[in-house]
Ligand binder design. Structure first.
Ligand SMILES: C[S@@+](CC[C@H](N)C(=O)[O-])C[C@H]1O[C@@H](n2cnc3c(N)ncnc32)[C@H](O)[C@@H]1O
Ligand code: SF4
Length: 458
């Protein structure tokens, strides 16, 4: 479909072939890059000189902020995971870490207290690896130091099956957590073992029973498809088990193999790309028939999931993400910053040790400064990979330029049948959504791609 944003026009000689060949290349490799944020953290580098956080946050234009706390500990590292996390179950290590996070919060609070918080999330790693008393301290820091008002803020916490206990859920309930998200990946023990996530299905079901009893407004479950040894039938079995608990949200992730993780690309190649695409299609169709709405390639949600709070508005396009903790990223409109990123145990342990022993957290020394061209790309990537789509009016309101004037190549998505333009909005078609990871990758700028490719793992 076309509209005035992309008027129907006669193609130039050769253009049709050009678009067909571009599309063929795009579809040939649908699983290229999961862009949950742009630019990717492998594009971050040490800043030539540290940036003062007081300056960065003073100039931030977002009306409300998002507070994120990162807990970089897990019971063990799963064989597919390249997140910033360390296998460390020692309460003493967790305690020291929360002490450091509190110091950091105390130093940052004056920089960010001029705007209210609208969202709060605790992620990881595995935040619920922490003992209940430490978990409680995180909420206290959010409320007492960072000024969170739980009546107006949506609160989300990540968990994993073996760390779900009554006493931890009581803390989450007491602080009015709205959303709990649990990684399951597969309900089949052999599949979990194949990705080095030793996890018994009975353990998963026990955690799910407790979570449903606790009655959080939104329960999200993560599943992965394309696992070694998985078939479309076994994938649908896991999905059915998840559906039996009627989660308000489900994320379906295609398996990616990453540098420095145990699961190897050959294990996926042995199955062929088709397994992932076949699982995606089967999973998507099952969720649509069960009444879920598809919000992106990975996210499916029930429409009627209603929160009991009246939330302050937060627009993720406005940035204002305050990331506390080691491994958390912070986003202002112009600067994204974080601690250094690593996957290996040795390097992760040393970055956490530096964080825990630090006295001063008032400067950013690692990240990326986004020039206007990159801010525009970030806006486009975030909008187009979601169901709401990319609004040309919103783009112009933000950047003062025409969307197609800046990025004429977006027309190819529409001409190639991967997107539709209607009412001034470009929205991916079903085929486009299925190929979101190839489209996102295509939208990465040359400059960022060069930085990502030159990244050297610690
Ligand atoms: C932020 S992670 C952490 C979740 C939580 N720590 C857990 O494992 O239960 C969120 C989800 O990303 C997905 N994920 C992480 N690494 C992945 C990979 N290499 N391929 C596919 N999905 C992945 C998993 O489904 C995981 O649950
Ligand atoms: S997938 Fe979750 S539990 Fe496993 S290592 Fe990554 S963060 Fe930890």
């Amino acid at each position: 479909m076309m509209d005035s944003l992309i008027p129907r026009r006669k193609l130039e000689p050769g253009e049709e072939e050009q678009i067909a060949s571009w599309k063929q290349q795009l579809l040939a490799n649908p699983y290229r890059a999961y862009l949950y944020s742009y630019p990717h953290k492998t594009a971050y580098r040490p800043f030539p000189a540290p940036l003062k956080l007081s300056d960065l946050w003073r100039e931030e234009t977002a009306e409300t902020f998002f507070l994120y706390m990162h807990i970089p500990f897990c019971g063990a590292r799963c064989g597919f995971c390249n997140l910033f996390t360390l296998p460390d179950k020692r309460t003493s290590a967790h305690e020291q870490y929360v002490d450091a996070l509190q110091r950091q919060a105390e130093q940052w609070a004056p920089y960010v207290s001029h705007k209210p918080l609208a969202r709060f999330a605790i992620g990881g790693g595995t935040p619920t690896l922490l003992e209940p008393a430490l978990l409680q301290r995180l909420f206290e820091i959010a409320e007492n130091t960072m000024g969170m008002n739980a009546d107006k803020v949506s609160i989300s916490v990540e968990t994993s099956p073996e760390t779900v206990t009554d006493s931890r859920l009581e803390i989450l309930k007491a602080y009015r957590t709205d959303r709990v998200s649990m990684g399951i990946q597969s309900f089949i023990e052999a599949e979990a073992n194949a990705i080095y996530r030793p996890q018994k299905p009975q353990e998963v079901e026990r955690a799910l029973e407790l979570l449903r009893e606790a009655g959080f407004p939104v329960l999200n479950l993560d599943l992965i498809y394309g696992l070694p040894g998985q078939t479309v039938a076994s994938w649908l079995y896991s999905l059915e088990r998840a559906l039996a608990y009627e989660p308000e949200e489900i994320f379906l992730y295609p398996l990616y193999t990453r540098e420095h993780t145990i699961v190897r690309p050959e294990q996926i190649e042995a199955q062929g790309e088709d397994l992932r695409m076949a699982c995606y299609v089967a999973g998507r169709d099952r969720l649509l028939s069960a009444g879920y709405e598809q919000q992106s390639m990975r996210r499916f949600a029930k429409q009627d999931a209603s929160l009991t709070k009246t939330l302050l508005p937060y627009s993720c396009q406005e940035e204002g993400m305050i990331g506390l903790g080691c491994g958390a990223r912070s986003y202002t409109r112009r600067v994204h910053y974080a601690s250094r990123y690593a996957v290996s145990k040795r390097a992760t342990a040393s970055i956490i040790a530096d964080y825990v022993s630090a006295k001063c957290y008032d400067e950013a020394d690692y990240g990326i400064v986004l020039n206007e061209a990159e801010q525009k790309r970030r806006f486009i990537i975030k909008a187009i990979l979601h169901r709401e789509g990319l609004s040309s009016a919103d783009y112009t309101a933000r950047f003062g330029k025409g969307l197609l004037e800046d990025h004429p190549e977006l027309e190819w998505l529409v001409l190639g049948g991967l997107a539709e333009a209607a009412g001034g909005i470009i929205r991916l078609t079903a085929e486009g959504l299925a190929h979101s990871d190839a489209i996102g990758d295509w939208l990465i700028s040359e400059r960022i791609r060069e930085r990502m490719e030159a990244f050297v793992h610690l």
